[in-house]
Write a protein that binds this ligand. Structure first.
Ligand code: VGL
Ligand code: ZN
Length: 208
């Protein structure tokens, strides 16, 4: 039995833009939805996140004249992948996928709202310092275990799980409930290795 009493499931960015047909569609991204819907009841708290960018966000390639989607540039000393316009606040692309069951979600965190910095992690912006408030919420409830699911394995799930373990939570990634972008090539494999090397446990939803 892995799961303890004080746990939280983090449902990362299961939004239209990250699902097939979306602006930054992740291959088979919608396949995480039935898995996530089926396991939510096992958790003490369920937190969902939304990538939630202003139109003029620095992560959009179109805001950097002469640059292309997936170029990697440096902004304020941080490496930045340039993305297609995605998850613009208040648009349909930023909505949760309609098949995701959101009725039992306790907390929704929106991240990436600062136009000047990206925020892959649900805990901190990419400066690794500015918090979203999630750590305080979990600590306030004495939660010690964090399980992650959603999109994308090699970006928001990776960064969120790395912060979770850094902040002292026992951290699990539910591999069958995640899908990745895989940009650059082999990035998902690299992400999983980084997780494992940092003490994050990779399990399947069947092991819960
Ligand atoms: C994400 C790229 C850009 C994610 C967010 O949710 O993994 N990826 N913004
Ligand atoms: Zn984004």
């Amino acid at each position: 039995m892995i799961i303890k009493k004080k746990n939280a499931l983090l449902v990362v960015d299961v939004q239209n833009d990250f699902c097939p047909g979306g602006a930054l569609g992740v291959k088979d991204g919608d396949q995480v939805i039935p898995v996530i819907n089926n396991i939510q009841h096992k958790f003490y708290k369920v937190v969902a996140t939304q990538d939630w960018h202003p139109e003029h966000h620095m992560s959009f390639a179109k805001n950097h004249p002469g640059k292309n989607v997936y170029d990697i540039i440096e902004v304020n000393g941080l490496e930045q992948v340039l993305w297609p316009v995605h998850c613009v606040m208040g648009t349909t692309g930023a909505d949760f996928h309609p098949e995701l069951n959101i009725k039992n979600i306790h907390l929704i965190i929106r991240k990436g709202t600062n136009p000047d910095i990206d925020s892959y992690s649900t805990f901190t912006e990419n400066d690794k310092k500015t918090e979203t408030g999630l750590q305080g919420y979990l600590r306030g409830l004495d939660i010690t275990q964090v399980f992650l699911a959603g999109l994308a394995t090699d970006y928001c799930v990776l960064y969120s799980s790395m912060d979770a373990v850094r902040f002292g939570f026992e951290t699990y990634v539910l591999i069958d409930a995640c899908r990745g972008v895989d940009v650059p090539e082999h990035n998902i494999e690299l992400a999983l290795n980084t997780m494992k090397n940092n003490g994050i446990k990779i399990i399947t939803s069947g092991e819960l």
